[in-house]
Design a protein around this ligand. Structure first.
Ligand code: ADE
Ligand code: ZN
Length: 358
């Protein structure tokens, strides 16, 4: 551990009730579960063993990761598979004291293999409904794959229309993910306009590998409520000022950014600069099974490398609740829970922190 960061702050952050706003559920598939589902479903994998698969997790950029991520998702066929994947993530989230999570899923990855969107959503929703009884609230965000034509996204949106009604309280928004370079947000203006007209929340990955102009497009053309990643916004001071002024949050994923070589190492990460300039940054795990950790691992790595202090960490955790798609009353309750935790006496060694899930 970096000697200038007190162990108690790391423990305090780990024990804090928190939100996760950027997690691809398919990116929570651990190698062990990939192999178990492959065996259950008779799917042949390109890797001989769990170890061989894990050894392939040495990424040079976003695309090198996505190739393996889509291969891993190929084991998901039945409603029970989606339930099991989500239930495994729920255990990790609860262990990290996540009390609210907003989960992305990629329907096109599954429909192209003949799995109906209804099957995908039913399995994920069932696990999330179970999680509610254990103190984890959640929303679901349907993401379009940006490397595919907008016509495919429009067809996916039409196919999902009944589900937005059936799962009104869970399935609350749409997002945009997959290969960023060469696929600007402007490519998806029409489908986002339709989603907006339906009253859905809007998010998009932008400024992960792509330039600041993609963040402007996400804001101005797609009219997103949050920007996923957005870390390259730092290259454009006017954009940083606009993000700060409008409080459009960035769902930052520090371990992901280092694993995908957006930054050379964690000490080079710009999260603290963005925070200091008033941008509403949040900390999230992205694809935790692939990037070396769940949300608390992201907090620990960031606190240590960027020497965050108590006020920084409080602000980041609070930003997660401020930026979440809950009702004002739910938001107030979540922030009250954080405040009750944060301002109590944590003692010299973190006070043996931890929150009950209730
Ligand atoms: N899909 C899953 N993880 C992603 C990421 N980090 N960027 C874009 N698309 C993704
Ligand atoms: Zn992502």
């Amino acid at each position: 551990m970096n000697s200038s960061v007190p162990a108690s702050l790391v423990q305090k952050a780990a024990g804090a009730p928190k939100a996760e706003l950027h997690i691809h559920i398919e990116g929570s598939l651990e190698p062990e579960l990939i192999f178990r589902l492959a065996q259950r479903n008779g799917v042949k994998l390109a890797y001989e063993s769990i170890e061989a698969l894990r050894a392939a997790y040495a990424f040079t950029d976003l695309q090198s990761f996505l190739d393996i991520y889509y291969a891993g998702a190929s084991v998901l066929l039945t409603e029970q598979d989606f339930y099991d994947m989500t239930a495994a993530y729920v255990e990790r989230a609860l262990a990290d004291n996540v009390v609210h999570t907003e989960i992305f899923f990629d329907p096109q990855t599954h429909t192209e293999r003949g799995v109906p969107i209804a099957t995908v959503v039913a399995g994920i929703d069932r696990a999330l409904a179970d999680a509610e009884t254990r103190g984890l609230s959640s929303k679901l965000i349907l993401c379009f794959l940006r490397h595919l034509p907008e016509e495919d996204a429009l067809a996916t949106f039409e196919a999902a229309l009944p589900l937005f009604d059936q799962y009104r309280h869970r399935l609350i928004g749409v997002g945009l993910d997959s290969s960023e370079r060469g696929h600007p947000p402007s490519k998806f203006e029409r489908v986002f306009a339709k989603a907006r007209a339906k009253g859905l929340k809007l998010v998009a990955h932008a400024g992960e590998e792509g330039p600041p102009s993609y963040v402007y497009e996400a804001l101005d053309l797609l009219k997103v409520d949050r920007v996923d990643h957005g870390v390259r916004s730092i290259e454009d001071p006017a954009l940083v000022a606009r993000l700060a002024d409008t409080r459009v949050a960035l769902t930052v994923c520090p371990l992901s950014n280092v694993k995908l070589c957006v930054f050379d190492d964690m000490t080079k990460h710009t999260l603290k600069d963005l925070l200091d300039r008033g941008v509403a940054v949040t900390v999230n795990s992205d694809d935790p099974a692939y990037f070396g950790g769940y949300v608390n691992d992201n907090y620990v790595a960031t606190i240590e490398a960027l020497k965050l202090d108590d006020a920084d960490v409080y602000t980041i955790v609070r930003n997660g609740f401020e930026a979440s798609f809950v009702t004002p009353a739910e938001r107030a309750a979540l922030i009250a829970k954080l405040d009750a935790y944060w301002h109590r006496d944590h003692g010299e060694h973190g006070g043996g922190v931890g929150v009950s899930a209730s």
